[in-house]
Design a protein around this ligand. Structure first.
Ligand code: SAH
Length: 780
């Protein structure tokens, strides 16, 4: 069973306070007998009252005695004159490095003490990127780089330590120009930082913000984003991708091999592909070509007719991984094709050249600097609650978390304009969120802007909770995308990791807004036909009309859904229901399932409703020893021991039946009913692949390829489609340069949301008050 599923079973209610970082400087003055003498503070030129009120309006959260009686433009501390906008070091706590701030205000309080206010700069380690990440072998942070935060407060003037020279550096400055630009300052900054959505972003540029209204129309009027290349190690996942995105180059290989391949491909392109088509004598291999000579070949030599494909790896399962070409041999048919290492092809440079030129023309592989977006969900199985050997101290040492590194290495190599990474929320929980911080750290060290958010699928119109972490990255020359705000209410479950509590994508607590009512299982699947446990056919008719708006929409064809993956002409059969098959239960389980009542029960119907189980003290399930154990036809017990002992008898999940008015916590990759609630409300079977796909928001036309279990895996692994769609909308806006500064989130336009759901007025989505908080892993 997967950790995410457990983590989302709402338990415990420990509320979480948003730990707001408030920097309180320490006074520097040492009492009478200390070494340090009392600072000599002389306030300079006063600011006239009306000007002061305009520039520094009183805020309500100021403490009474810190209210200003008079403002000043300068202050003299120990013969050093400080001015507004000066950057200073500020005394911090005993073992802390000095804080860094930009002075925005000098004033004398009602209590006659002298204060300054400043906007704080954060060092890298003051952000969510922890100190540990400063000492990584695969990336470094410049110790001179700081980030301007939006946090500000007042402290006593005596806490000012000294001036510090901080310059602003254009984030688009070339790496070559940078050392010179920063040679003469103590520190520099090129981005802002905010705890809200862990955002690292260019500073507001002040001009060029396009009218949002105009661009909304533009984005909705169909800017296309097409998947050019896709990589997955799972061949069935690749087959599904290829089926639904026929124009993509889908590569069934390890991401790490893909990285090695694109690096070598770039070298090949540089060697063989001429710019502007002018022949360069150095690389022109046609002049000394002996490949086509009509001389007989030495015995035992085969001639290469054509190169068909390229990879990095070891498709022949020999020992050496290397760059290889798939060779069609002259005089032989496809059954003799073989993968040959490049070294073995030195005798036929022309064939290699032809292949590289054609491949380059056809864009078979991405080249650095020429990619718009990289998106992916690198698996981090090393943090699963079930993995007893989790490496808490160094999660990156765990081979099972390696894909996160590979993903960032690919980003580092290709330098796309945009990055979107998805992952389970556990990357923000496990080992104090180390992996999440690592991902952010890599992006920031590569000079990307970055923003992290946790999005709940159900909040975008699905009867499923499913909270996931998403990380945006954007080159400094681009606008950093925002997180799209929820459109729907949802039944809340699960926990929010403390360190990242300000990253939950939700309305601000104070705002009143309208959300559509939460969707329920009935909305999503009540139109689908009745099928049995054994359903060999994977295509059938619908038999019934849609009953809800969700069903009407999910049945739309590609064209009406505005999905142009087929470039407009979709040959697939319409009005057919695909992948409508449940995982076939064995005879024993099927018999058990037939005994689970089909009813709405207070706790839900499950194994506890089977004969021979009773609930003891604390609702712990136990066998009723007063009656003989009920047996199945096979002789096995009706109630298996594992169901009783699951989570020490505390669970109600084994053989659980869903009900029409429920939502599911998370669609996972398996369909066995032994430890999750996955039985259909009124039929004796688990939910079909298609039903799960609908809960994930896949349009019905999206076919899945592979054995049934593999289809469940693909569906369970996916980013819920409505979430991806909303993120795509944000990306479209950012791509076109729409930026309204100071907002990490955006409201989706009404036209974007298709729903006949009634709206409910809420004053907030309810974070953190009604977000259920529980301990990290239950022993399930
Ligand atoms: N984002 C995808 C789902 C990603 S799930 C979607 O929305 O559909 C993670 C995927 O990583 C799985 O399909 C798994 O097969 C693949 N994977 C695991 N290890 C891999 C590796 N070493 N190289 C490439 N893909 C890998």
């Amino acid at each position: 069973m997967e950790a995410e599923e457990l983590a989302e079973e709402g338990k415990g209610t420990e509320e979480e306070s948003i730990a707001k970082r408030r920097r309180t400087a320490a006074t520097r003055v040492v009492n009478g007998d200390g070494d340090e003498s009392v600072d000599r503070i002389v306030l300079g030129e006063p600011v006239p009252g009306d000007e002061a009120r305009r520039r520094w309006p009183e805020s309500s959260d100021e403490e009474e005695e810190m209210k200003a009686r008079c403002h000043y433009k300068t202050v003299n501390v120990n013969d050093e004159i400080y001015r507004l906008d000066d950057d200073v070091y500020v005394k911090a706590g005993p073992d802390e490095e000095n804080y860094i701030g930009r002075i925005s205000e000098f004033f004398e309080g009602i209590n006659r003490a002298s204060y300054f206010s400043c906007q704080w700069f954060f060092r890298t380690e003051d952000t969510v990127i922890s100190e540990k990440l400063l000492k990584m072998h695969d990336h470094t942070h410049d110790h001179k780089r700081v980030f301007l935060s939006n946090e500000k407060n007042a402290n006593l003037i005596e806490c000012i330590v000294s001036k510090v020279k901080i310059i602003h550096v254009d984030p688009n400055m070339t790496p070559e120009a940078k050392p010179h630009a920063i040679s003469d300052c103590d520190l520099y900054y090129d981005m802002s930082y905010s705890d809200a959505y862990s955002t690292f972003e260019n500073l507001p540029a002040g001009c060029g913000a396009m009218s949002t209204g105009l661009s909304l129309g533009f984005a909705l009027s169909g800017k296309n984003l097409e998947t050019s290349w896709a990589v997955d190690i799972n061949k069935y996942a690749c087959a599904s991708l290829k089926h639904n995105h026929p124009y993509s180059q889908v590569r069934n290989e390890k991401a790490e091999d893909f990285l090695a391949l694109i690096q070598q491909w770039d070298t090949l392109c540089k060697k063989y592909v001429q710019k502007n088509d002018t022949t360069d004598p150095d690389t022109d291999v046609s002049s000394n070509d002996d490949e086509d000579a009509n001389e007989p070949l030495p015995e035992g030599t085969f001639e290469v007719e054509e190169l068909l494909d390229v990879c990095y790896g070891d498709p022949n399962s020999t020992v050496k991984t290397s760059l290889r070409f798939k060779v069609r041999w002259k005089g032989y048919d496809a059954s003799y094709d073989s993968w040959e290492p490049i070294d073995g092809l030195s005798g036929c440079p022309n064939r290699v050249k032809e292949f590289v030129e054609k491949g380059h023309r056809e864009n078979i592989l991405p080249l650095p600097g020429a990619v718009d977006v990289i998106c992916g969900g690198p698996p981090c199985q090393g943090i699963s609650g079930f993995n007893r050997f989790r490496k808490c101290n160094d999660p990156l040492k765990d081979e099972k978390n390696k894909q996160l590194i590979v993903f960032m290495d690919i980003v580092d190599y290709l330098r796309p304009k945009y990055v979107l990474m998805e992952n389970v929320v556990d990357i923000l929980k496990f080992a104090d969120g180390f992996l999440g911080s690592y991902a952010l750290s890599r992006l920031v060290a590569m000079n990307y802007q970055a923003r992290l958010g946790m999005m709940t699928a159900g909040r975008y119109g699905l009867p499923q909770f499913r909270m996931r972490a998403f990380l945006w990255g954007a080159l400094p020359s681009m606008v950093l995308p925002k997180f799209p705000l929820p459109t729907h209410d949802v039944v809340v479950r699960g926990i929010v990791p403390k360190k990242f509590s300000q990253s939950v994508v939700t309305y601000d607590e104070a705002t009143t807004h309208c959300l559509r009512k939460a969707l329920l299982l009935f909305d999503a699947i009540s139109d689908l036909p009745k099928v049995g446990n054994d359903q060999p056919k994977d295509v059938m008719g619908y038999r019934r009309a849609p009953k809800t708006e969700f069903q009407r929409r999910i049945r739309l064809n590609r064209k009406d859904m505005q999905d142009y993956s087929f470039r407009g002409n979709d040959p697939s059969e319409e009005d057919k229901l695909f992948d409508y098959q449940p995982l076939k239960l064995n005879k024993d389980d099927y018999e058990r399932v037939q005994h689970i009542p089909s009813k709405k029960a207070s706790q839900g119907a499950n194994f506890r409703d089977l004969k021979g189980v009773k609930s003891g003290p604390n609702n712990i399930a136990e066998l009723d020893t007063n009656i003989p154990r009920v047996k199945l036809t096979s002789g096995k017990p009706l109630v298996p021991n594992y169901a009783i002992s699951f989570v020490n008898g505390k669970s109600s999940k084994p053989f659980g039946r869903l009900w029409w008015d429920e939502t599911v916590p998370t669609v996972v990759t398996r369909a066995e009913p032994h430890n999750q609630i996955i039985l259909h409300p009124s039929q004796d079977r688990v939910l079909t692949v298609r039903e799960n796909a609908r809960l994930q928001g896949f349009p019905d036309y999206y076919r899945l390829i592979g054995p049934v279990k593999q289809k469940y895996i693909q569906v369970g692994n996916a980013v819920a489609v409505p979430v991806a769609r909303a993120l795509g909308f944000s990306l479209g806006l950012a791509y076109q340069g729409v930026s309204d500064v100071d907002q990490a989130v955006l409201k989706l336009p009404e036209s974007f949301i298709y729903s006949d759901q009634e709206k409910v007025v809420k004053s907030s989505v309810g974070f953190p008050g009604d977000e259920v908080v529980e301990s990290e892993h239950l022993g399930e």
